[in-house]
Design a protein around this ligand. Structure first.
Ligand code: OGA
Ligand code: NI
Length: 376
């Protein structure tokens, strides 16, 4: 509990344990404001503007893996009320927050700080985080916070709307990819998790991060980032800031959507920077496959070659957690060409004319220790 940034950080200097190494710290970098991700108006998405909107979503998902949506149908009132409730939660006195705080990974609803890895990580992230599942609502709502008093009512309403919006966007994505209607329905989008992130004002934003560079592991993320800057995406080797727009949601493609689209869409890498003036609170809804879903590229998108092999979503999550932040390595482990699932192999390749022999020197359990063949 004393670890929560919101509980100890007021008027304190930045502790050493929050200082990132020079190569990952944000520095005094001014991110370009002329570049930003597309803003897509969902007004009439089910009517005369549909084809145009589908194309805009597809293009943004290919280029950035990120876009914002406006006129999405979720009321301004509900968005504001939810943000008020989330802010109130982090402003509660410590005796109320201590009830939610837990280091037990089995607890489905809990308040924590930095990451799941607090005790093992080299540097801590400048954020507190409340997380819980939102589906099925009647099972999980009883584990949600009881304070602020309106939390359950308001967040239940928002989570239902966020899921509906997510499914609507997934339907537009499936249309853009030429997949059948409802492709992402059922199992692939069954789960819904909420992260409420809170980044208190930070004494030195140039040295630390709210969240380090990552991709989201799920299918699609719907983020309400409030009205404070902080989210940046990594595109074409540079960081660009995501402008907070009133009543907009930020949408991003998760790893599973990149995989199912056989790399036609990309899961955008992003991070969160802090600021010294105001606290920032955001709410991210993660639409995800159920844990035992089989994930694989859609057959009609495979063409010449399937970039990824089939796997169970829960296996991806395990790898994601152990390689947090290294998107290439995690995706690499699920590529169909990957002989070794990403772990370096100590092997010897001997080629004589068209004959080859590959000997594995470390005799792992999954692969033959020697492979012989003829090159065509
Ligand atoms: C996340 C995330 C962005 C933000 O929770 O995965 O990227 O602005 N959040 O809080
Ligand atoms: Ni994220």
């Amino acid at each position: 509990m004393e670890k929560l940034v919101s509980s100890w950080s007021k008027n304190k200097p930045l502790p050493e344990s929050y200082i990132f190494p020079p190569e990952t710290r944000p520095g005094n970098l001014i991110v370009p404001t002329c570049k930003t991700i597309p803003v897509i108006d969902l007004c009439n998405a089910e009517g005369r503007n549909r084809t145009d909107i589908v194309q805009q979503i597809l293009k943004a998902s290919q280029e950035y893996g990120f876009f914002q949506v406006v006129n999405h149908g979720i009321s301004e009132n509900l968005m504001n009320e939810s943000m008020d409730v989330f802010n109130e939660l982090f402003e509660m006195p410590d005796e109320d927050k201590v009830i939610l705080y837990s280091e037990d990974p089995k607890k489905s609803c809990r308040l924590l700080t930095s990451s799941l890895n607090y005790d093992r990580e080299k540097v801590h992230q400048w954020r507190d985080n409340l997380r819980h599942p939102c589906h099925p609502l009647q099972d999980c709502i009883k584990h949600w916070p009881q304070k602020p008093i309106r939390y359950r009512e308001v967040v239940a309403a928002l989570s239902i709307e966020a899921k509906k919006l997510g499914l609507r966007i997934l339907e537009l994505v499936s249309e853009g990819l030429g997949l059948e209607s409802g492709y992402f329905g059922d199992q692939l989008s069954e789960a819904l998790h909420l992260f409420v992130n809170h980044y208190p004002p930070c004494p030195d934003p140039s040295l630390t991060l709210g969240i380090t560079k990552h991709c989201d592991p799920n299918l699609l993320t719907i983020l309400h980032q409030g009205d404070v800057h902080g989210l940046q995406i990594f595109n074409n080797e540079e960081w660009i800031g995501v402008e907070p727009l009133p009543n907009a949601f930020v949408v991003n493609i998760g790893n599973q959507l990149q995989i199912i689209s056989n790399n036609k869409l990309k899961s955008g890498e992003h991070r969160v920077v802090t600021n010294s003036r105001v606290a920032r609170t955001t709410a991210a809804f993660f639409i995800a496959p159920s844990e035992d879903s089989i994930i694989e590229p859609a057959i009609s998108l495979v063409g010449e070659a399937s970039v990824y092999r089939a796997f169970e979503y829960k296996d991806f999550l395990l790898d994601y957690l152990s390689h947090m932040g290294n998107n290439e390595v995690v995706l690499g482990r699920f590529e169909s060409q990957s002989l070794n699932n990403g772990t370096p192999v100590n092997a010897l390749l001997i080629q004589r004319g068209s004959k080859f022999e590959l000997s594995r020197l470390d005799h792992g359990p999954d692969y033959p220790s020697r492979l012989k063949g003829t090159l065509e």
